[in-house]
Design a protein around this ligand. Structure first.
Ligand SMILES: [Zn+2]
Length: 290
């Protein structure tokens, strides 16, 4: 497990540039369909998926693509933790913020989240920049499988694993990528790809990996086709999200950032709110209501 240097270290929590009602009025001066939206982990915390970069969140050592590819032991550890964490991720439901954003129906939503909750709430179009946890991909042939199918395979291959744990799965801290803190994973069996025998990986972009080029291009097009960009619940800690803010600012398109805590894009934002995402979206909805 690699330790990632925190790119937000030393950044101060900014002051809001105006009240939510004032910022929402600025957004509502244009049709909602003129705004592209970029969402991050702060969008899903109310759905029970923890925000590991939010205020007070513990430091964390995320799985990297390099670690995952390094050997069977690392993959067993990942899948054992995922096996325990998946039911909770799977059961997560859209919260008020997801539902409000779907009703607002912006130009499009680019999300850094891998929980699929924007689609469940009815948002369209959505680009899952970092992939989705409910899919599994073969690293060799590229075939996609459902995470639920793999869960059944893992259950069958590892009878008694859950019962043999020294701590209850409920006590294990789950992290946003479905990983959970656990060290009792030696020998956890993982099936090969049923098509080609290759290595199965969650269809998500791990730390240290790039967003697939085609998907990155689609997201760039979506953002470029809008008048401006609204960032909801992202610290913009990773470049894959920050670059949308940078290109909007470079091209003179306004950026609105709604995130509790500092972000790497604060200096580029025309408007800045530190409110909870759900509260801000309620203000935006009120501003566009006839
Ligand atoms: Zn395969």
């Amino acid at each position: 497990m690699a330790v990632i240097k925190d790119p937000l270290r030393g950044l101060a929590r900014p002051a809001p540039t105006a009240s939510d009602a004032q910022i929402a009025a600025a957004l509502a001066a244009r049709p909602t369909g003129d705004w592209a939206v970029l969402t991050g982990a702060g969008m899903s915390t109310d759905s029970g998926i923890p925000d590991y970069r939010g205020p007070g969140a513990p430091p964390r050592s995320p799985m990297t693509g390099q670690t995952f590819r390094s050997g069977q032991a690392a993959r067993s550890r990942y899948w054992a933790r995922s096996f325990l964490g998946w039911p909770r991720i799977r059961a997560a439901q859209p919260n008020a913020a997801h539902r409000a954003l779907a009703r607002l129906s912006p130009h499009g939503t680019i999300t850094q989240n891998v929980d699929g909750l924007h689609e469940t709430a009815g948002s369209d179009p959505v680009i899952d920049l970092h992939g989705r946890l409910d899919r599994v991909i073969c690293l060799q042939c590229g075939e996609l499988f459902s995470r639920d199918w793999l869960q059944g395979e893992l259950d069958a291959l590892n009878p008694g694993f859950r019962a043999g744990l020294s701590i209850s799965p409920e006590e294990i801290e789950t992290a946003p990528d479905g990983d959970v803190a656990l060290e009792e994973t030696a020998g956890f069996a993982v099936p090969p790809c049923p098509v080609c025998g290759g290595i199965l990986k969650p269809d998500v972009v791990f730390f240290g990996e790039s967003v697939p080029a085609e998907r990155a291009e689609a997201a760039t097009c979506l953002a470029a086709g809008a008048h401006g960009l609204v960032v909801l619940g992202s610290s913009l800690a990773v470049l894959s999200g920050l670059r949308f803010v940078r290109s909007a600012a470079r091209e003179g398109r306004p950026v609105v950032i709604v995130t509790d805590g500092p972000t790497r894009g604060d200096a580029l934002a025309a408007h800045r709110s530190t409110s909870r995402v759900a509260d801000f979206l309620a203000a935006w909805e009120a501003a566009v209501a006839p």
